[in-house]
Design a protein around this ligand. Structure first.
Ligand SMILES: *[C@@H]1O[C@H](CO)[C@@H](O)[C@H](O)[C@H]1NC(C)=O
Ligand SMILES: *[C@@H]1O[C@H](CO)[C@@H](O)[C@H](O)[C@H]1NC(C)=O
Length: 274
């Protein structure tokens, strides 16, 4: 019942946002200096958590500003979204990765020595929205810093509950969150998603998750972050990465699921560029 009440309140808030779907744009973060975000992306309708529950979550900075999330897939490799690095893939020194912190500004800092953006990434359709960042130094594995297992195989994960985390905004025009947040979202099939969003928008490299009434979603600043299944607060190593926060029409709107890069389909590329 508590869940339903909280959900209803969020829906009221979401209903205040003026309708009409925006063109699809990557979930750009809101920048800390108050620069107008190019797009919509943070955790809406979720709860705060701590990094030991999501030890694979990292924060990405560009030119000293927090811009995106990411996840550790090797001790020296971070997986993220292509739109987080787009146009700067040849300038790895402008990026910095922070690991092991509940707040996006803390933790251990690591320089980036190489950025690999998928060569088929399309900034208009947001197709192939995947990139890897090679760190200059390997992270130390401990309670607060761990690798995430990536999904493989042919499952669509339709019907699974996914868990998405990040420091993104808690509403479409909100500020980024100081503490890490997470929310559970229902993964749907690409056929169901196309029924909601229209055909021709959702490619095989994407997956959708959300609820018909909205209210729970990733938002600005969550881009590049993890969507996992089998998440367990007591045993985060059970988590299996199935998606990367990519884009959406606003955040948490009714009939507008969040869209993620589909890890199983992109797995060959990820392994080759790790
Ligand atoms: C965002 O942060 C600014 C500066 O701290 C504050 O003035 C503003 O009220 C905040 N906006 C929201 C929606 O919380
Ligand atoms: C998720 O957990 C269930 C139950 O423990 C297990 O059977 C299943 O294999 C797990 N899924 C993946 C992809 O590891």
């Amino acid at each position: 019942m508590t869940l339903l009440i909280a959900f209803a309140l969020v829906c009221v808030a979401a209903a205040d946002l003026q309708g009409g779907l925006n063109p699809g744009r990557p979930r750009w973060p809101r920048l800390p200096e108050g620069v107008k975000p190019m797009d919509d992306s943070k955790i809406v309708g979720g709860a705060t958590t701590t990094i030991d529950k999501f030890p694979y979550q990292v924060a990405m900075y560009k030119d000293g500003n927090f811009i995106c999330g990411g996840e550790l897939i090797r001790t020296n490799v971070v997986l993220t979204a292509a739109h987080c690095v787009h146009r700067y893939e040849n300038s790895p020194s402008r990026f910095e990765i922070r690991v092991g912190s509940t707040t996006y500004s803390g933790g251990t800092r690591h320089r980036v020595s190489r950025v690999n953006k998928h060569s088929s990434y399309n900034s208009y359709t947001t197709d192939y929205d995947v990139a890897t960042m090679i760190l200059s130094s390997s992270v130390s594995i401990n309670t607060y810093t761990q690798l995430v297992t990536m999904a493989s195989g042919g499952s669509s994960y339709s019907g699974y509950t996914g868990t998405v985390s990040g420091w993104g905004t808690t509403s479409e025009d909100g500020n980024i969150s100081r503490n890490l947040r997470y929310v559970n979202v229902a993964i749907m099939s690409n056929v169901q998603c196309a029924d909601v969003l229209g055909s021709g928008v959702i490619t095989n490299r994407m997956m959708c998750a959300g609820y018909p009434d909205g209210g729970k979603d990733a938002c600005q600043g969550d881009s590049g972050g993890p969507l996992v299944i089998n998440h367990s607060m007591s045993n985060p190593s059970n988590s299996v990465l199935v998606g990367i926060v990519s884009w959406g029409y606003g955040c948490a709107r009714p009939q507008s699921p969040g869209i993620y890069s589909r890890v199983t389909v992109l797995r060959g590329w990820i392994d080759a560029y790790s």
